[in-house]
Design a protein around this ligand. Structure first.
Ligand code: AMP
Length: 347
């Protein structure tokens, strides 16, 4: 192992890790991936990797010894792991930020405390279920931790239905279902008080999983600027370093509600690889590795389709048209609804 060269450690080895590693390579930065899964697309592209549980101290110590700083591609890396690493080496973004954003209750409470609107919600442990008004429904119950792509979410059409349900010991919030006009996201990169962001992307979800994203979003310049301002406010308040994504609901009254913050590069930003002068991945690497951020400029209109589960087989044997870019994540196991690849079309 050649530790003389500056080496960036990355926790997580999924497709986001793979694209980060490729961007680092472009910038002549060595990468060392730490993943807990053998089926990790990033390990084929990085300079070194470890496959181990995130709790294995011996492996973590070896990792720390062989990297100059660490980042991650997945926010559910255990806080304890990131905190352990942070005591010995710089981790960007900071693990304390992850502690807030790994927890839907802490995340929404933080957002509301800085004057940013979210959906209405209750913490189920602290509320008398019977007192929730009928008008609050339909609603979604979400686990506080480890829920993504619709995992850990239950839909309740009405209060009767909700009161009948028995919840296990996990912690939950209940959130009012929004009859939104559309969903958008802003990807922002920040380094040392300076930040740059992409104009909003417009996103369509199916069964709570992102189906497609397009740029530019079909919204007014005013709403686009508002969304970018909110993303900046969040990044500044968190004193964030790196790339993050803020997902919004646009209500029928053109109000912006923050649904979620992803403290990492994001699926809706995949199209930046083909449609912009700089990708969300490159700006993440730039931010965490102390390089100057590039101001994003869109060169093409673009649409990105996620390829889930068995659909990947069709795409693997299909020709791609001019101005189409097909990405196969190379995951070994095809699972229903698993993100296996994506296709970006530019216009
Ligand atoms: P989440 O896991 O919270 O990011 O939710 C994934 C997707 O589910 C969102 O992007 C929405 O399409 C949908 N969703 C989640 N929460 C709500 C809500 N309160 N009202 C309407 N749709 C929602």
């Amino acid at each position: 192992m050649n530790k003389k060269t500056f080496t960036l450690g990355i926790f997580g080895g999924g497709q986001l890790g793979k694209f980060l590693v490729q961007s680092a390579k472009k910038l002549n930065i060595r990468t060392f991936v730490f993943t807990d899964s053998v089926d990790s697309p990033a390990i084929y592209y990085c300079d070194d990797f470890i496959i181990s549980s995130y709790e294995n101290k011996k492996k973590l110590d070896f990792f720390i010894k062989n990297i100059d700083l660490a980042t991650f591609e997945f926010e559910n890396i255990p806080f304890k792991t990131l905190d352990y690493v942070e005591k010995k080496i710089n981790v960007s973004p900071k693990p304390t930020i992850i502690k807030i954003l790994q927890d839907r209750l802490k995340e929404k409470t933080f957002l509301n405390s800085i004057g940013i609107k979210t959906t209405e919600f209750y913490y189920l442990k602290k509320v008398d279920k019977k007192k929730i008004s009928n008008n609050f429904f339909p609603a979604l119950v979400k686990t506080i931790r480890l829920g993504y792509d619709g995992k850990g979410q239950v839909f309740f059409k009405n209060k009767k239905h909700f009161l009948k349900h028995s919840f296990k010991n996990k912690e939950y919030i209940i959130e009012k279902l929004i009859n939104f006009k559309k969903e958008i996201s802003v990807v922002i990169s920040r380094y040392k008080e300076k930040s740059v962001s992409f104009d909003a992307f417009e996103n369509l979800h199916k069964h709570q999983i992102l189906q497609k994203s397009h740029a530019p979003a079909n919204i007014s310049p005013k709403l686009n600027n508002q969304a970018k301002e909110i993303a900046k406010k969040i990044a500044d308040k968190l004193n964030y370093t790196g790339t993050m994504c803020v997902e919004f609901f646009v209500t029928k009254k053109n109000e912006l509600l923050v649904n979620e913050i992803a403290p990492r590069v994001h699926n809706s930003g995949h199209l930046t690889m083909n449609a912009h002068n700089v990708s969300q991945f490159e700006n993440h690497i730039r931010a965490v590795c102390n390089l100057k951020l590039k101001k994003p400029k869109r060169i093409h209109k673009a649409i990105m389709y996620n390829i889930l589960g068995n659909d990947i087989k069709k795409y693997r044997s299909k020709e791609t048209a001019t101005k189409e870019f097909f990405y196969d994540y190379g995951k070994k196991e095809i699972k229903n609804k698993r993100k296996m690849g994506h296709l970006t079309k530019i216009f």
